[in-house]
Design a binder for this molecule. Sequence first.
Ligand code: ADP
Length: 320
Amino acid sequence: MIKVENLVKRYGANYALNDVSFEIGEGEVVGLLGPNGAGKSTTMNILTGFLAATSGTATIGGVDIREDPIEAKRMIGYLPEQPPLYPDMTVEEYLNFVYELKGCTLERIPHLDEIMSVVKLGDVKSRLIRNLSKGYKQRVGIAQALVGDPKVVIFDEPTVGLDPKQILEVRNLIRSLSKNHTIILSTHILAEVQSVCQRVLIINRGHLIADKRTDELARTLEDTVIYRAKIAGPEREVLSALRGMNGMKTVTPTSEKEADATVYLLEGARGVDIRKPLFRLLANANYPLMELAPTGTDLESIFIRLVEKSDAGNRTGVRK
Ligand code: ADP
């Protein structure tokens, strides 16, 4: 349904997206996850035709967004982070306005009634948008994305600024839409992906660093314990000592530092408990071990680990 190939977006010398490729099948619900500045909005803006890529292609339902933007956009509903609502219109007036703007050809009254019933706006349809709560305004934003019955719906940070109850409502709504739509959900909140999406694309600094099923992502690292170790001493030498240790599989320095100590992520080879030899190694070399703790294997830790690994790769010039 969506195919993105070698997408690059450059601003001057900076790459907001650097060679990103992925495919999303019909009916999939995919989370686009990454820290702030990762390139999520850029990806969505290219998919929705708001922004032109520097190079690469994006097709929606086989239609190239650049070659035939009108046809491609017809297949997409978009909820931007700040939905373009008109506060002086009632909900019903606004949805009629969007209907005309999109040149929708579906039978108007039943179509808009159905949308209002799906997103539960029926009770407030005659209210001015300005008088609605933030949660209801977000539903109006979702409703406008659904006008024209697009096959693909893209949500940009749909729950930002909502209270916990409203967050659950919006997530439930997205889940119910997933029965009939292909959905991309951009967020920096892992729990959101976990509760709504079957698959997750993780992007960091313009690179796609993971593309996995949500359950698979959690399983990937289940049987390897990774330790966070805060070790004092010159980073280059500590790193070389750690890398030379028997039974050590990977060593990744992070950007977390305290005085002369750096936090490293340490992964032992399968079946090896690295704690005792690590302690001996550091004691002999006189690099004090300030902290040692296993990282979790929950999605949050896996996400942080992936991002830190990709950051470390970037610092040493190694492309992921
Ligand atoms: P995200 O949505 O994941 O927070 P964005 O896609 O908004 O990230 O931004 C990706 C990168 O591109 C960031 O480093 C951002 O500073 C940069 N960027 C975005 N828009 C522009 C622009 N108009 N001019 C220059 N740099 C930009």
